[in-house]
Write a protein that binds this ligand. Structure first.
Ligand SMILES: O=P(O)(O)OC[C@H]1O[C@](O)(CO)[C@@H](O)[C@@H]1O
Length: 548
């Protein structure tokens, strides 16, 4: 148990920061012709180029020292052996078990071989997916299933949705997979309008089977089914569940054989590899789902065994800490130059911000440092015509991860070369910037008068020296998408370990849920609200007035 500021490497990095920040990255490239090669490392189908960072050999050595002093090596062993590293919930953290290699026979946790349970569930998924695609599974009027609607929220929704979208080129044509999450009635209403109850199966994904949004939407789906020809007796043909709460799912109307298990050692935001990923398996087929697991497993093995100095999640995690804690970076951007991966920043946002948005050390003491940053981003090149302005000239330092495949699934003329060129030009521009002299010359060359040059040139200056990583892969495939997400999962763990926090609980979301129930009761009753703050009272009154 540690507070990072007490670690000697932390203090050394604080000193070192002063010396490295007077050095421009571009001059580091000029001095060291091998810099790109030196600061490039590969794993599980991905190449990480981290040469465009404000680091030299000393920085990297200190960051690795920091990771060691923070006990990462022991923490990794703890995770992979099933130790209860989620200390506030006294649980193991075993998303890695969901994608363990078939060669591994057992992983005993609290007296249970979790791998046996994982494999039995995968078999159950295989059967379900095969029955749907072969047409063996029929709806209540004997028709084949054409649509599957996944209802869930948070980790029981976003990961599968993002991965299913990322794997669009692998989708099967016979069944369309839809996702519903929001309790806003517009979400499910929009989906149901496109569907036929005779040919639709709903998969209700909820680890607890107690989440307000998911249960409300599941009830709405069942009401729609019953109102449009279905009957209580045929609910089990059209509803399946993924949950650790079998009783509640059975009470809802699911047949026990159509309930896929979840375990308390899988955190919601790490659960897409479990049966929570069933919508992905239905969308792209079980073979591709296995390939996704395999890609993630390759990254797990890299994380577990590679030297820290060559370890992608370790390097990315440590660099993130370098900017958050030693350069006051408040946010971190993810910019995939791949249309199908456009929603990935949202998944990593959930993964990272729910994991590392914490203010207490493992022992409960308050942290003395900043912890998880705001994660955001979106697809390139679209963002170049929007928020990239702030990346280049804004007052805040925003480290960026650029993510790109070398080949496109849809090669049209020079589109992919243009896309890729833009990706490279952004990281280059962030680093090299533009000096006042260059801006002035540019204006003179364009025929500007001396007055115009003086007035406009300062606005064209781009300071540069802004850091980024570039992650490249040959192509976005189930394997490489799996490895990419696992990379970010482990990066999150590396940072949480450095900060000495628990990345695997999420107590902060509870208060809002409790207050939400209280306010809901006030909205639908004549309760006395005078003890509430005046703002909340007024807002409740506005709602009630609108309903009257
Ligand atoms: O799968 P469940 O139990 O419905 O929970 C959904 C999500 O809600 C959360 O508990 C947060 O509210 C997430 O961690 C989780 O992924």
């Amino acid at each position: 148990m540690h507070s990072p500021t007490q670690l000697s490497a932390w203090q050394a990095l604080a000193e070192h920061q002063k010396e490295i920040d007077s050095v421009e990255m571009k001059s580091l490239f000029e001095k060291d012709k091998n810099r790109a090669e030196k600061y490039t490392t590969k794993a599980a189908g991905w190449t990480l180029d981290y040469a465009k960072n404000r680091v030299n050999e000393k920085t990297l050595a200190l960051l690795i020292e920091l990771v060691k002093e923070a006990g990462l090596e022991t923490a990794i062993k703890g995770m992979f052996s099933g130790a209860h590293i989620n200390n506030t919930e006294d649980r193991s953290v075993l998303h890695i078990a969901l994608r363990a290699s078939q060669a591994q026979e057992s992983l005993m946790v609290d007296g249970v071989n979790v791998l046996a349970e994982v494999r039995a569930t995968l078999k159950q998924m295989e059967q379900f997916v095969a029955q749907l695609h072969s047409g063996e599974w029929k709806g209540y009027t004997g028709k084949n299933i054409t649509d599957v609607v996944s209802i869930g929220i948070g980790g029981s929704y976003l990961g599968p949705k993002v991965v299913a979208e990322a794997l669009t080129p692998y989708k099967k044509d016979d069944i369309k997979v839809h996702f519903v999450a929001n309790i806003d009635g517009s979400d499910i209403t929009g989906k149901l309008k496109q569907l036929n109850p005779e040919t639709t199966v709903f998969v209700i994904s909820s680890k607890t089977f107690g989440t307000l949004e998911t249960l409300s939407n599941a009830n709405a789906a069942r009401d729609w089914f019953l109102a449009n020809g279905g009957s209580q007796d045929t609910v089990s043909k059209h509803f399946a569940a993924v949950s650790s709460n079998v009783k509640k799912a059975v009470d809802f109307g699911m047949a026990e054989e159509n309930i896929f298990p979840m375990w308390d050692w899988v955190g919601g935001r790490y659960s897409l590899w479990s049966a929570i990923g069933l919508p992905v398996a239905i969308a792209v087929g079980m073979d591709n789902f296995y390939a996704l697991l395999d890609g993630a497993h390759q990254m797990d093995e890299h994380f577990r065994t590679a030297p820290l100095e060559e370890n992608l999640p370790v390097i990315m995690g440590a660099l993130g800490v370098w900017y958050i804690n030693f350069h006051n970076a408040q946010t971190h951007a993810l910019i995939p130059y791949d249309h199908y991966l456009r929603a990935m920043p949202a998944h990593i946002q959930q993964l990272d911000m729910e994991s590392n948005g914490k203010a207490n050390l493992l022992n409960g003491d308050g942290v003395e440092t900043d912890t998880g940053p705001i994660i955001w981003g979106g697809a390139g090149t679209n963002g170049q015509h929007a928020y990239h302005q702030l990346l280049h000239q804004g007052t805040r330092l925003v480290p960026v991860d650029f993510i790109a495949p070398l080949a496109s699934h849809n090669p049209i003329k020079d589109h992919h070369a243009q896309l890729f060129a833009n990706c490279l030009s952004q990281s280059q521009a962030l680093m090299v910037g533009k000096t006042l002299e260059q801006a002035e010359q540019e204006l003179r060359d364009a025929g500007a008068t001396p007055e115009q040059v003086e007035a406009i040139a300062p606005h064209k200056v781009i300071k540069g020296n802004r850091p980024s990583n570039t992650l490249l892969t040959d192509k976005m495939t189930p394997e490489t998408v799996g490895a990419l997400i696992a990379l970010y999962e482990h990066r999150t763990f590396v940072q949480g370990t450095i900060w000495g926090i628990n990345s695997f609980d999420q107590w902060g979301v509870e208060l809002g849920k409790v207050l939400g129930t209280d306010i809901f009761n006030r909205l639908v009753s004549d309760s006395d609200n005078s003890a509430l703050d005046a703002s909340t009272q007024a807002l409740i009154n506005a709602f009630k007035k609108a309903q009257a």
